[in-house]
Design a protein around this ligand. Sequence first.
Ligand code: NAD
Length: 248
Amino acid sequence: MNKIDLNGRCAVVTGGAQGFGRAIAERFIASGAKVAIWDFDLPMAEKTAKEIGPAVTAFKVDVSDLGAVEKTRDETLKALGKIDILVNNAGIAGVNATVWETDLEEWRKVLRINLDGPFICCKAVVPAMIRQKYGRIVNIASIAGKEGNPNAAHYSASKAGLIALTKSLGKELAQHDILVNAVTPAAAKTAIFDQLTQQHIDFMLSKIPKGRFVLVEELAAMVAWLASEDCAFSTGAVFDISGGRATY
Ligand code: NAD
């Protein structure tokens, strides 16, 4: 593992109990940071924190609930002293269906967690970053947000929205030494697969020229760089990690 220096940095990783988020938390810890996992599955978040080590603290929060996020931000600031890094990773796939067969409630749920969630977490954390004149925000979008996936319009739309949020916030914060970037992974074999049909999983694999799914550690390495001071002049940018499933 190449060294990325996050010594002295304090990070929030939403949805850090498992999957990409856990790998990101592990990579941050290996790079010297302290980490707060924000996840609505508290037992799993606490188990993960225990397994990774004492520099990880678990908090139960639904990222789509502004009041709960503000409370958790305050608790995190009390526990860690500051928040230098925010990774908006928590997300759901939603039920695979065509647009016309998708329930309005299902559409709204995916948008609420995948797009309102990152907006709410940014809204809660950015003022403290502005006061300390430093921050790194990394949003976990998806290649689906650039290209659109059939039977996943809600998910694709939420990730396209997250890309636009990244670009807008990056411009708003460019003068504050707060960088905001997004990564767009192709599929990885995580628990999110449980929400997908086999047909959809096969479709996603067929779209990846490298012929395999991305590993969570591969994504975590890219996020760690974007969360570090080595990343100094990229903001509002979108980084593919899609095994060649590049679009634009
Ligand atoms: P996962 O299901 O393994 O983990 C997601 C975590 O988010 C879980 O611990 C869950 O409890 C938490 N979570 C979900 N909703 C939450 C909420 N409202 N508040 C707080 N926590 C919540 O998923 P993953 O595959 O690791 O995905 C992580 C991110 O990466 C998601 O945003 C996903 O859309 C994105 N992504 C995943 C893939 C993939 O194929 N796995 C591909 C591209 C992008």
